[in-house]
Design a protein around this ligand. Sequence first.
Ligand code: GLN
Length: 484
Amino acid sequence: MPLMRNARQTAADVRTGSVSARAVVQAALERAHALQARSNAFISIDDAGALAAARAVDELVGAGGYPGVLAGVPLAVKDNICVTGLRSTAGSNVLREHRSPFEATAVERLRAAGAVVIGTTNLDEFGMGSSSEHSAFGPVRNPLDTRRVAGGSSGGSAAAVAAGVVPLALGTDTGGSVRQPAAFCGVLGLKPTYGRVSRYGLIAYGSSLDQVGVFGRDAEDVAKALALMAGADPLDATSAQRPPAEVGPRPVPAELDVVARSLRVGVVPHLMGDGVSTGVRGAVEATLERLREAGAQVELCPVPEVAHAVATYYVVATAEASSNLARYDGSLYGSRVGDDGDGQESVSRRSRAQGLGREAQRRVLLGSYVLSAGAYDAYFGRAARVRRIVSEALARALSEVDVLAAPTAPTVAWRLGEHLDDPLAVYLADVATCLANLAGLPAVSVPAGAAEDGLPAGLQLIGRAWEERRLLDVASALTHDAAP
Ligand code: GLN
């Protein structure tokens, strides 16, 4: 079966009628079922809906209409982003049969441009995790090595792009959930500036940290999808009034020496040391060396405040999660355990105990504790202050360099089950990614080549607010210039 071409070529072919959207989508569905058998990357695969949507695109082409920038492009959507017509479970038993009456703005905008949703992808429950093992639908396996995790929480979307099922997939990123699985699966993953993309229709985890992000195999595809999703949305008051065009793709891929010539890269030493595996450090240093050789100024840029980021992130994220998950009380929607006569407290307790998995329960307990009257000042209040200190330190650093560089994750994808009993070790591995969420900055994970055991590493670049364009230019230059 031919591998998926990139989104731009596919859409161009569909628009001229040289290939039908139906054929493109049919092939993607076949690949999705094949991947499902190996990787468990999907929660729903929507054969009928996708083929109907493809037919509508073909009819429009036949009638001489304009089917859109992403005409007939197969898209996979993380299952915590609401898609009408499909279940939106967030990987949780509590939402196992949940069908949203409305659609996420990000999805609606991509569908309006002709993209065809072929299914929703598997994830850590509510986005809580780094391996996509904490799903009520079973773990996702890495298509590069099915004994390994795909990363998380958007592991299914990363796997779908890595396996060539779709050229584009959506994820959500609260503390690294797009970038880290992108690194583990060897694809590109972008988390936009907070407010760039509407959060309407996203099943909330940590509302001050969550953003919809994009996976792709090339930076132009990612830029195209981002430009379509971006822009203010009356349904999300935190969406920003920024022109979507400022993130749009360049007509041709960026050239490495052109991009590098005016680029100042700050390597954060605290993120290159302890805990980073030799193979990952080597791959990241080699990629930075390519930038240096092409003319970039690559220098050390100490930001010691990053040492406090993980602790801060896990206080803020769990506090917000405990508040967001309070709605799954067995009354309004979601699964319910118990009868009307049992009393609300008993129904809530049993619905939550059976509906939420271990990791989600751990987060709710931790979050409720840090917000409780006796602990608020020592934990949540202090975390809010440290969050500001970390954000200001990053802003200062980014006034001296254009981008901050570090390994996306300190290791390559680990073996399934390897860290299930050690959540703290997994939390600590978010050190580089959670920075961008705490500060609301855009960041990208660019494939950095093989690191160890034949598995890839990712180079993370954090940019100034609203400078996704620069990150994608660097990503474009690095990926197009790489050996095939
Ligand atoms: N691994 C982080 C967490 O568990 C980030 C997850 C995410 O970005 N959704 O919170």
